[in-house]
Design a protein around this ligand. Sequence first.
Ligand code: ADP
Length: 129
Amino acid sequence: LNIYTQNAWIQADQERILQVLANLLSNAAKFSHPQTQVEIDLTAPIEGVFRISVRDFGEGIPSDFQSQIFSKFAQADNSSTRSKGGSGLGLVISKEIVEKHGGSLNFVSKRGEGSTFYFDLPALRRDTE
Ligand code: ADP
């Protein structure tokens, strides 16, 4: 457990950033195994940047699909009988929202071990500090 004890100020469209977080959390839950945890983490990987990470211990993302994950309508399982719902648009939109905020969205994943999706946003510069 990593507890970030300082305030992490950013300037953002609250609704849009919550939409990104909701998308990552819903994917994490959707692709998790039952009764496993999803972890959310806030860190500052470098000065002036805050990182929000959402980690799951699910099936992970097949390596041959990883390069397509930010393409429209892309889904690892695109069979008509697939068990998970969704449009394949969530990550495309999330990436765009984060980039409009001057940040970036990325992931690391290993088949069978799970995935971590994270996005970095510039810290709000406050001249009073
Ligand atoms: P949707 O979830 O609506 O299909 P997304 O753009 O959010 O659309 O995700 C696209 C695809 O990326 C998913 O269908 C799935 O194959 C893969 N994916 C996204 N998040 C995860 C995750 N946490 N674990 C495994 N696969 C994921």
